[in-house]
Design a binder for this molecule. Structure first.
Ligand SMILES: Cc1ncc(COP(=O)(O)O)c(C=O)c1O
Length: 406
């Protein structure tokens, strides 16, 4: 990719300048929500060359071991088990814990959790979220019953969910609490980085995440038995001597993936600072814009700033989220409407939702009004200014852009 410059040289003047209404797009090349951050190339090459020389590419190699060790230090957690992705990691964690029956999860999260449960023969029990967009502890408590086998809560958009309240609910019923920490690498809860809470936390290290290994997953836990079991389960159930100790899959991380992770970990603090600058640039660019409510972490919270998330109040903004999304996409700003339509409304689970007469108003509202903008360390601050100007222009000219009625 070479052409990263915008197409339109002159400022937007009339609605006819919008790509949605036929003009050329603002950006020649799409701007994605979370373009992968890349580490220092020479350091990456050196690690790959060393693996090449060793001819050791997978099966618990030295780079995977080094990354696990450094992650234990960075996250200050006793056990880090790297896997091929977060979906396999959460699946194996639930199997390792022997979870059965129903599992409570927020409906406002990525669909992978519900799918893991469904495929494993467990029943996803969708629950509403609260104003923080994360699993509502009171709603969670209300859905616990005799068949509840676990709760899986998401630290959505990098903010820790209400860990203490959820732990209290789960302790009262002696149910394991797991966290989907896919969005939240590096975030803190009180004095500690996420990673040591619940029975285990599962991070996605997918290329679009704040810290990544191209594809990858990470289970962190203070439970040494669980960590040992997961090490077996990610490698077909083999113990270090090659005897099959339990049922397992192939969910190993390769040395090439670990090399990417080590390079990214070298730069993690600088990456976070870049992402924070981008987040702040959006906060400045969208300040006081009626109907665009940017979700900003509380000042005291250490967030990774990887996600730029807004809610659109259609009445105040002048058009609804979907119309604004169409305006942006036409300009090659590939904003995303996560996590519509909500797990409880996705095809495999609709029947369950209907049978239970489930109403999840907070989730439905978020699915209708959340918009995620291109952010993170790899976003260009010059783009942020153009995107904010575009959103302001859409608001100022909403009447001319809104779709025809009837
Ligand atoms: C909240 C959440 N959980 C889980 C996942 C799945 O992660 P992976 O792609 O590593 O399996 C994602 C991926 O985007 C996610 O956003």
């Amino acid at each position: 990719m070479t052409d990263t410059a915008p197409h339109k040289r002159k400022a937007l003047q009339t609605p006819a300048d919008l790509a949605l209404l036929g003009a050329p797009p603002l950006f020649a090349v799409p701007r994605h929500v979370n373009r992968p951050h890349v580490p220092d190339k020479a350091a990456f090459d050196a690690r790959i060359n060393a693996a090449w020389e060793r001819r050791w590419f997978t099966n618990d190699g030295p780079l995977v071991k080094e990354l696990e060790q450094r992650l234990c230090e960075y996250l200050d957690v006793p056990h880090c088990v790297l896997m091929s992705n977060a979906t396999a990691a959460l699946d194996l964690t639930m199997k390792a814990l022997g979870v059965k029956g129903e599992v409570i999860l927020p409906a406002y999260t990525f669909i992978s959790t519900a799918n893991i449960l469904h495929i494993a023969g467990l029943t996803p029990v969708f629950c509403d979220v609260d104003a923080s967009m994360a699993l509502d502890p009171a709603a969670c408590a209300a859905r616990i019953g005799p068949r509840t086998g676990a709760v899986v809560a998401t630290h959505v958009w990098g903010s820790p969910c209400d860990i203490d309240a959820l732990q209290e609910v789960c302790d009262a019923h002696d149910i394991p609490l797991l966290f989907d920490a896919a969005h939240a690498f590096g975030a803190r809860h009180k004095a500690h980085r996420l990673g040591r809470f619940g029975r285990a936390e599962v991070f996605s290290l997918h290329a679009t995440k704040a810290f990544h290994t191209c594809e990858g997953g990470l289970v962190t836990t203070c439970d040494s038995t669980l960590a040992k079991t997961l090490r077996r389960m990610r490698n077909f159930g083999f113990d270090p001597m090659g005897a099959v100790e339990c049922a397992g899959l192939n969910a190993k991380m390769s040395e090439m993936h670990a090399a990417m992770g080590l390079g990214n970990l070298d730069q993690i603090d600088a990456t976070r600072a870049l992402a924070q600058d981008v987040h702040r640039a959006y906060a400045r660019g969208l300040a006081d814009l009626p109907g665009f409510i940017l979700k900003l972490p509380p000042a005291a919270e250490e967030n990774n700033h990887h996600y730029v998330v807004g809610r659109i109040n259609a009445a105040e903004f002048g058009m609804d989220r979907d119309r604004l999304h169409a305006v942006l996409v036409a300009e090659n700003v590939l904003a995303r409407r996560y996590f519509r339509p909500g797990g409880h409304r996705c095809p495999p689970y609709i029947a369950l939702t209907k049978a239970a007469g489930l109403e999840l108003p907070q989730t439905d509202a978020l699915c209708n009004d959340v918009l995620v903008l291109p952010g993170g360390a790899a976003a260009d601050p010059a783009d942020v200014a153009l995107i904010c100007a575009l959103i302001r222009f859409a608001h100022d000219n909403a009447a001319a852009i809104a779709p025809p009625q009837g």
